[in-house]
Design a protein around this ligand. Structure first.
Ligand SMILES: Cc1cc2nc3c(=O)[nH]c(=O)nc-3n(C[C@H](O)[C@H](O)[C@H](O)COP(=O)(O)OP(=O)(O)OC[C@H]3O[C@@H](n4cnc5c(N)ncnc54)[C@H](O)[C@@H]3O)c2cc1C
Length: 396
């Protein structure tokens, strides 16, 4: 049995979600990949919202049949979506990564204004950390946020890049420096910027090798003004808010990696069992079944780590106490996705690199972004090693 950590309720939930994805997402995956149809993604997001699947992480909003909904179930939704189309999964994972700090840290009025529509699938969100000079070293960001005492507004200026859902989101969580005179971890603040705010623009959308259909771009902010109540948490509390969002995002990314990996293994096994070569099935050759076996145990390892981290979160463990496990889940699941997609292409030979013969080549392109987004593999290794060796400070 693969899903060792799951209960009977969790498994029944997976069956339900799989049926939902076959009905709502499967018919639209070609339009998303080939035509980059974002309208199709918004329609499925709406259906996800109506089914209550975007509220799993937010028990005070959830009204479903699950006795204890949580990150375990959000991961299952991610995995089942990514199995069919990773681009779509990134759109909803980003919206949830935006909903997460709003739920925890927003004031009552903006919380109601921005959170409810996201959880009902009527709106999507975006999170803005990365900048031209700052990626992994996110605390060293340069965007500025200042408070205007006269108008009692936050004023945001800066340039963010590689922002998922840029130009399509209804609300953006934006991090910037509020106090340049303290270490960056103590001088960052996060605020909510609604779509359409004056001074916000999207100079460029990127064209990636994979995740086709997802929207990722630049966000420029020139003296963007938002009301005082749009502050998340307290002033200079932004780094702590960011760390919490990272844990959540990394466990969800474990689900993304699992979905892509499983899709690849399915294609590889099907091909190896049906294709004849030198008078035998391809899968009978040791060099081929070795690849299948490696994919299989790597996927199980990724699944165990991802579900462990999700179950830990659901049992109330978070912050620094989840950092090692969340990073392990993200690291192993994303590297496994790259491995499985690569080996599947190899097992398929020419069919693996041809668009006309199924989606192995798409999985290969999609998987490659996984070890980069949401904390690179190198950053995950740093966090894991730092927790294992608390008495020394690792070089970054
Ligand atoms: C498709 C896509 C979607 C994204 N969506 C978002 C989003 O919605 N919001 C957002 O804020 N960001 C987003 N990002 C940005 C993403 O989080 C960053 O790309 C990532 O954090 C890495 O930053 P970087 O690209 O600047 O690379 P860098 O930080 O410059 O790193 C380059 C390489 O060097 C390695 N490296 C860096 N420092 C060290 C070190 N000290 N030791 C060893 N190796 C090191 C890295 O691991 C990496 O391999 C997205 C990126 C992509 C590609």
């Amino acid at each position: 049995m693969r899903d060792f950590f799951l209960t009977e309720d969790d498994r029944a939930f997976r069956t339900e979600v799989r049926a939902f994805m076959s009905r709502e997402l499967a018919p639209k995956v070609d339009a998303i990949e080939r035509d980059q149809d974002f309208g199709a993604q918004l329609a499925i997001t709406r259906a996800l919202g109506e089914a209550g699947y975007l509220k799993l992480m937010f028990p005070d909003f959830h009204r479903g049949t699950l006795p204890k909904p949580g990150l375990t179930h959000a991961v299952i939704v991610s995995e089942e979506a990514a199995f069919l189309n990773y681009a779509f999964e990134t759109t909803i994972a980003t919206a949830l990564s935006c909903a997460y700090p709003i739920h925890r840290f927003a004031r009552a009025a903006p919380r109601e204004r921005y959170l409810t529509p996201i959880l009902e699938g009527r709106a999507i969100g975006s999170i803005c950390m990365t900048e031209p000079n700052v990626g992994s070293d996110s605390a060293a960001m340069e965007a500025q946020i200042r408070f205007d005492e006269v108008t009692r507004e936050w004023v945001v200026s800066g340039f963010k890049r590689y922002i998922s859902n840029a130009s399509k989101a209804d609300v953006y969580v934006v991090w910037g420096v509020t106090d340049p005179n303290v270490p960056p971890q103590k001088g960052l603040t996060a605020v909510l910027v609604p779509a359409g705010a004056r001074g916000m623009s999207f100079p460029r959308l990127y064209d990636f090798i994979g995740r086709r259909g997802s929207i990722v771009g630049e966000v420029a902010m020139d003296e963007v003004r938002v009301p005082e109540e749009n502050l998340l948490g307290e002033v200079n509390d932004g780094f702590r808010i960011m760390l919490g969002a990272f844990n959540f995002e990394r466990v969800i990314l474990g689900g993304s990696g699992l979905g892509v990996s499983r899709a690849a293994l399915d294609i590889a096994c099907q091909h190896a069992q049906s294709r004849d070569s030198f008078g035998q099935k391809l899968g009978q050759k040791q060099l081929i079944w070795d690849m299948i076996a490696q994919m299989s145990w790597k996927i199980d390892a990724a699944e165990l780590l991802t579900h462990r981290a999700a179950k830990m979160y659901d049992s109330g463990i978070g912050g620094k106490d989840l950092m090692r496990e969340a990073s392990q889940a993200k690291l192993v699941a994303s590297e496994t996705a790259v491995f499985c997609a690569d080996r599947t292409v190899q097992i398929l030979g020419g069919d693996g690199v041809t668009r006309q013969y199924g989606k192995a080549e798409q999985l290969y392109r999609d998987a490659r972004t996984l070890p980069i987004v949401g904390g690179t593999s190198e950053m995950c290794k740093y966090l894991i090693a730092a927790r294992e060796m608390p008495s020394i400070r690792l070089n970054l």
